[in-house]
Design a protein around this ligand. Structure first.
Ligand SMILES: C[S@@+](CC[C@H](N)C(=O)[O-])C[C@H]1O[C@@H](n2cnc3c(N)ncnc32)[C@H](O)[C@@H]1O
Length: 227
């Protein structure tokens, strides 16, 4: 059955609790659709680009894109000369699409197929300058998933490092890709990150899906204290 956003609906229960089921879910999503038709596709992810430019003028900055899918952000940042990027997703299929598009440039990226909630590889990273997430955190609806996500973030991010998160805002959709989501505002993100992180900037952004439907997001940029 399709929901109001024209997406396949699940049976209404919360999202998956194990990595394998989640991986299979996202594999199907990426296999079923052209990247440009996905309900989160952006030709130019302007809000992310703008915040990354402001937060990280140094092209050598170590940027971790979590749940990056096949986002064009990586292509554009490579073109601009950003060289130290780690790209993660639970879906090998999503990253295969991105690698295919990047061609020879794919070797300039560190690839990490891994589950953010049960990490086996990302948790080895340290001293990341920027954690960038667009449209991933909101899928973690259980408190224990959110706890794991923020624990991982704190582990890999250096003191003074930046966090850029875009999630469905309080007026946003209740589901995406058939999965329930948790909707955020900057205050909620701030509470999850804790007092060590200072909110530098946040704004609402109305993203228009390829289908023409609006999807309101909140973008927030935080910086971790130096000590
Ligand atoms: C809505 S898409 C957003 C993709 C990309 N960030 C963008 O803005 O185009 C959500 C992405 O999160 C990935 N994802 C979902 N759960 C994940 C998890 N537990 N660990 C890593 N990636 C996950 C999905 O495979 C998918 O690519």
């Amino acid at each position: 059955m399709n929901n109001a956003n024209g997406e396949k609906d699940t049976d209404g229960r919360s999202g998956f609790s194990d990595s394998d089921a989640l991986r299979t879910h996202w594999k199907k999503i990426y296999e079923q659709s052209a990247v440009e038709k996905l309900g989160w596709y952006e030709e130019r992810p302007e809000p992310s680009l703008k915040l990354i430019h402001e937060a990280l003028p140094e092209k050598s900055s170590r940027i971790l894109h979590v749940g990056a899918g096949a986002s064009t952000l990586v292509d554009l940042l490579l073109e601009e000369g950003y060289e130290n990027m780690w790209v993660n997703d639970i879906s090998e299929e999503a990253l295969r699409r991105l690698k295919e598009r990047l061609g020879g440039n794919a070797k300039r990226i560190h690839w990490l197929v891994d589950d953010l909630i049960h990490p086996r590889k990302i948790n080895q990273l340290r001293n990341i300058d920027c954690w960038h997430d667009r449209a991933v955190l909101h899928f973690f609806t259980r408190p224990e998933e959110q706890k794991s996500y923020f624990k991982l973030l704190r582990k890999v991010l250096r003191p003074g490092g930046h966090v850029i998160i875009a999630a469905f805002n309080k007026d946003g959709a209740r589901k995406c890709s058939g999965l329930p989501v948790c909707r955020y505002d900057a205050k909620m993100l701030s509470q999850q990150l804790g007092p060590e992180f200072r909110l530098i900037k946040s704004f609402d952004y109305l993203y228009i899906m390829p289908s023409g439907e609006p999807r309101p997001y909140v973008y927030a940029w935080f910086q971790r204290a130096l000590t």
